[in-house]
Design a binder for this molecule. Structure first.
Ligand code: TXA
Ligand code: MG
Length: 313
């Protein structure tokens, strides 16, 4: 059973240290409890997906202590600025273009060139973000398919042994997840209704939001698929002997692989490397990206989901 720790100065200092060391820490925000990891650390971010048992790599929200800090990682668009001024800190998440040298793990945004960012209103959460001094990726701290947790005990019941620490800040005031707005372009789009009313957002912007189907589940339409990073080259799966001219992305014992997701076959290491290596191999000097078989266990499910989608496009 993992440690439920009071969210006082001592608890926050210990949690910040654990986050900086690449460990997972559950912490309260005003919406729901989040499962946090250092968003600049690929291995730590892979740990989030492993702990949640997510069968796919849903992009994650990056939490920061101030709008000023957000501007180090994401491009503040005009719409983003307006909404941030009005609703941050608070239950609003903005999807914005990633900055080129943002240092964020590619796994955080599942290879997309946008990133979801939020400045929470919860004082303890902001203290934690300040002391940790890292951007913190955090999905809701529940196992995949379970309800979002609004008390430390919910997190313990759902993820107990999988996190280093659970900071207990009492029940969450808002109790539903943040509203997510895609503010990356000039047509603001509602991606998920949540803690901030849509009317308030439309009132602030003076326009009606476009509506997108919820992004929380596997994309249902090819249009949603296209929003995910897909290599320009054709992708072939379950390849044990690549053709001449193909890049071979190996796993485990593949001595002639162009790159290897994890020579020891560690699926968490493989997840941490997946998007980085797909980008590296997506080069016209190759005819295709051939990917070695990935076991359908643990994070292998999410890796296979992702590369299967890449191979359809
Ligand atoms: O209130 C909340 O938002 C909580 C607390 C912990 O902050 N977090 C939360 O995270 O609900 P999660 O992972 O359960 O939901 C994140 C949502 C997903 O639906 C994901 O698809 C969407 O954000 N998302 C993240 N990055 C995105 C991006 N670049 N483009 C579009 N959608 C994105
Ligand atoms: Mg969730």
């Amino acid at each position: 059973m993992s440690m439920i720790t009071p969210m006082d100065d001592k608890g926050i200092a210990a949690a910040a240290k654990a986050l900086r060391a690449g460990e997972l820490v559950a912490f309260p925000t005003e919406t729901v409890y989040g499962l946090g990891a250092d968003a600049t650390n690929d291995h730590a971010v892979a740990g989030i997906y492993e702990a949640k048992g997510r069968p796919s790599f849903n992009p994650l929200i990056v939490h920061l202590p101030s709008a000023r800090e957000v501007a180090r990682y994401a491009e503040m668009t005009e719409i983003g600025h307006k909404l941030a001024d009005r609703f941050w800190p608070g239950a609003l998440t903005l999807v914005l273009p990633r900055l080129k040298k943002d240092r964020l793990s590619k796994l955080v945004s599942a290879g997309l060139d946008t990133v979801a960012v939020r400045v929470p209103a919860h004082g303890g959460a902001r203290d934690l973000l300040r002391v940790a001094d890292r951007p913190i990726a955090a999905p809701s701290a529940n196992a995949s398919g379970r309800l979002s947790p609004t008390e430390a005990a919910h997190v313990a019941a759902s993820l107990g042994e999988k996190v280093t620490m659970i900071l207990d800040g009492g029940p969450c005031k808002v109790g539903v997840e943040s509203t997510i707005i895609d503010a990356s372009g000039d047509r603001p789009t509602l991606l998920r209704p949540g803690g901030i009313a849509v009317e308030a957002i439309e009132d602030c912007l003076g326009v009606t939001l476009l509506r997108a189907a919820s992004d929380d589940h596997a994309p249902k339409s090819p249009g949603m698929l296209s929003s995910h990073y897909a290599p320009g080259l054709p992708v072939r799966l379950n390849v044990t002997e690549p053709n001449a001219g193909e890049a071979w992305l190996g796993l485990g014992d593949c001595p002639s692989a162009t790159l290897n997701l994890s020579p020891s076959g560690d699926l968490r290491e493989a997840a941490a490397n997946l998007f980085i290596m797909l980008h590296q191999l997506d080069n016209p000097r190759f005819s295709a990206i051939a990917i070695a078989p990935i076991p359908e266990t643990g994070l292998g499910l999410a890796i296979n989901d992702r590369i299967r989608r890449a191979s359809y496009l």
